[in-house]
Design a binder for this molecule. Sequence first.
Ligand code: UFG
Length: 320
Amino acid sequence: MKVLVIGGAGYIGSHVTRELLDKGHGAVVFDNLSSGLRENLFPEAAFIHGDIMDYQALRRAAAGNFDAVIYLAALKAAGESMIAPEKYSLNNISGAVNVLNAASEGGIKNIVFSSSAAVYGEPEYVPVDEKHPARPANYYGFTKLEIERFLAWYDKLRGIRFVSLRYFNAAGYDLKGRIRGRELNPANLIPIVMEAAAGIRKEVQIFGGDYETPDGTCIRDYIHVSDLARAHALALDYLSGNHGSLTVNLGTGRGVSVLELLEAARRITGKEIPARIVERRPGDPARLTASSELAAALMGFKALHSGIDTIVRTSWEVYQ
Ligand code: UFG
C-alpha cells in the first residue's frame, strides 16, 4: 500500500514508518517536527515538512494517490491538556477535522488512527476491554474519543474505513537499534528512569506509594513500540480485507508496577537510579491493563517483544 504517515517523525510514528518500509509498503511522512525529529526519518520514505493545522499543505500532501493514512500527529500530555485545553482543541480536534477532510478530498479510503487508553478514564475493571465505558478523566482522552466519533461519521457518510488503535503504555526502542531519537523533556516513566540511569537527571520521583496494589505503586500495561508498530501494518491488512471499521485495544494484559520497573532498570543498566516516593499525581488510576483479545482475534495481533526486560534493554541502548 502507499501510505501517508502523519506524525511519522515522532517516537511511535518513526517505528511505524520503519515497520511499513520493512513490510514493503510505500510511505510518505508528513510531520511539523514539533516533537518529531529529523533523525527519526528514513531515506526510503519521502518527507513533507508540514503542519496538520495548515489545511492547504495537508490537502496537497493527501492528493498523492494514497491507499491509506496513518494518523498519529497529536499533543499527548494528559496533565497539560487539563491546564491548556484550547491547545488540545486546536491541534487534536481541529487537526483531526483537517486530516479527515483532506483524506475525503484526496479520495483516501482507509485510516489507521492513534487512539489511547486515556479514552476509558478510571477503570471499573481490569483488564479493560473495548466494551468498558469510555469516560475520559482528562481532556486529552476526550479529544481522542471525539476523533473516534468523527471517524465513525466519515465512515458512514464518506465510506472511509478506519481502525482505531487504543494504545496502552508505549515503551522501548527498535530491536535493531535503527531509531535512536530521544524525546525532549519526557513526562513518561520509562524515559525518565533512563535519564536518571544515564545521569541526565538526579532522581526518579515515584508518584504515590500508597495505592491499593501489592507494592503500593501504580500498575501499567507497557507495550513495546515495535509491537505497536506491527499492529499498524496488521490494521492495514485488515482494512484491505474489506471487513469494515474497527476499534481495538493494544496492550499485553500484564501489569508492571513502578517499583518493579525500577528494579528491572537497576538490574539491566547496573546503575543505582535514585528514586523517592512523592505525592500522587492527580488523575492516575491505580491499575490500568488491557485486554487485547479483540485485536488478537480480528487482526492476528500478538505482543512479541513486550517483556519488561526487552523494553528496558532496548531503551537503555539508546540512552546509555
Ligand atoms: N510515574 C512516576 N514518576 C514519573 C512519571 C510517571 O511515578 O516521573 C508513574 C505514573 O504515576 C504512572 C506510571 O508511572 O503510574 C506511568 O506513567 P506515564 O506518565 O509513563 O504513563 P501514563 O500511564 O500516565 O499515561 C500514558 C500516556 C498517555 C496514555 C496512557 C494510556 O502518557 O498519553 O499512557 O495508558 F493515555
